[in-house]
Design a protein around this ligand. Structure first.
Ligand code: FAD
Length: 417
């Protein structure tokens, strides 16, 4: 385990205390209010005010300025806090540390001009509005951004946007005011220079909701994944984020911390699942023995512990690299944690479901939802295969062919001719 500075440990302790005394005891109330159709449950609003008053706010932004609200933590310092927030699906929202707003805020901190910061970053930091990130398109394989088709065309002093996006998480949420959209401004440019990013006010005419998509049949008003049609959407040309043609590079910068945070939160949720497995194994008896007396149960719990602790170390190391060498230089480690954590998350959720038997597939425990989220995590923020390809490519670039030759003795036969 990485040793965190005293200040980070103290903040984590404060967050944990608030979580244990105010957030967790209100979980059932939050669920009831969300199920009754409240997009932001009343209890969440109350808790957000309390967390903000305590200063436990915006802790996931290592670039938070002195005059911006909240506590600035480094990526490594935030790992401990994020684990606590990950214990409940909705807890991050209480502290304004939730996706997709955090990675969007980070993007605005890095690339927005002063006017854009005033219009979008400030209200996001204050928690007054929500945002979405729209990249994926239904008609093309969007794991390859070069395939994107949504067009962004300059017409006088406006950009005109046409296309279709889906899984633009939270774009249809009632609080969302900003859609950060990746589209094509320069179709003739090289693969990585075609795309640009624009800032679209959510209620601009021509931004049409087609439908909200379920994830494994799960739909909720608090967490929406809409399909959108963009039909002659006109925005001022000044709503371009960063340089024209820099959409690919800017998108990559956003995804580093976004992936890291998902991994940190997943580790927190896995801790809950391991505790629930232990609890179940000590309470349930079958064929005359408690579940914890069976070696299969011991294996499920032990493997989960081993794999989760391995993941935590890898995630902490990656967070430290993000803090020291930067997002781009740490991209191999980001891909590594994305693959490793998503798989362990899915395996632990699966084992928990198994130990809880029929109850495991219901909503009476968090395991079924965790399984669905973990499975989706193997696809969003880049499918496993794409990350594995990145890791292998970077790994091969790091090898020293000259030195490696010394490990091999006989000349490898070459094909004649
Ligand atoms: C719950 C959820 C939330 C999401 N939130 C957002 C969001 O907020 N904003 C947004 O823009 N998108 C979002 N997405 C979309 C997500 O990022 C994309 O689904 C993902 O990038 C993959 O793109 P695709 O669906 O087009 O799959 P494709 O690109 O069509 O890929 C399909 C499959 O092909 C295989 N494949 C692809 N590339 C390779 C390769 N190089 N080697 C081997 N096999 C390969 C993989 O098995 C992959 O799963 C979300 C998705 C989910 C499920």
């Amino acid at each position: 385990m990485f040793e965190l500075p005293t200040r980070a440990q103290e903040i984590r302790a404060q967050v944990e205390s608030f979580f244990n005394t105010r957030v967790l005891p209100n979980n059932k109330l939050w669920m009831t209010e969300a199920a009754s159709g409240q997009a932001v449950p009343d209890i969440e609003k109350t808790l957000r005010r309390e967390a903000r008053d305590l200063g436990l706010w915006n802790m996931a932004l290592p670039r938070l300025a002195e005059d911006e609200p909240g506590i600035r933590l480094s990526n490594l310092e935030f790992t401990g806090v994020a684990e606590v927030l990950g214990r409940l699906e909705w807890a991050s929202r209480v502290f304004n540390c939730h996706a997709p707003d955090v990675p969007n805020m980070e993007l605005l901190q890095l690339f927005a001009n002063e006017a854009q910061k005033r219009t979008w970053l400030l209200p996001l930091l204050e928690g007054e509005i929500g945002s979405a990130f729209a990249m994926t398109e239904p008609q093309v394989a969007s794991s390859d951004p070069a395939n994107l088709e949504t067009s962004i065309v300059l017409d006088g002093d406006e950009y005109v946007i046409n296309g279709r996006k889906w899984f633009a998480s939270n774009a249809s949420h009632e609080n969302t005011e900003l859609i950060v959209l990746v589209g094509v401004t320069d179709p003739q440019a090289s693969r990585s220079k075609r795309q640009s990013i624009v800032l679209i006010p959510r209620h601009t005419p021509g931004v049409n909701l087609v439908r909200n998509l379920p994830v494994f049949e799960h739909t909720s008003v608090t967490n929406l994944h809409p399909e959108l049609e963009l039909n002659d959407v006109r925005i001022p040309a000044t709503n371009l984020l960063g340089e024209r043609g820099a959409g690919f590079a800017i998108g990559q910068a956003r995804l580093g911390p976004a992936r890291l945070h998902h991994c940190m939160r997943a580790i927190g949720e896995c801790e809950v699942l391991i505790s629930l497995m232990v609890k179940r194994s000590m309470e349930r008896t079958t064929f005359g023995k408690r579940l914890d007396e069976y070696s299969s149960t011991a294996e499920a719990i032990s493997l989960s512990r081993i794999e989760l602790d391995q993941c935590r170390l890898l995630v902490q190391k990656t967070a430290q690299l993000l803090d020291t060498i930067g997002n781009k230089q740490a991209r191999k480690q980001i891909s590594m944690i994305k693959v490793a954590v998503a798989r362990v998350y899915q395996a632990i959720a699966d084992r928990t479901i198994q130990l809880y038997g029929a109850r495991g597939v219901t909503n009476d425990t968090p395991a079924a939802r965790a399984f669905g989220r973990a499975r989706a995590f193997r696809i969003y923020d880049g499918p496993d295969e794409v990350h594995l390809q990145t890791i292998a490519r970077l790994e091969s670039g790091e090898q020293d062919a000259g030195l490696l030759g010394h490990y091999l003795f006989n000349q490898e036969p070459t094909r004649a001719g």
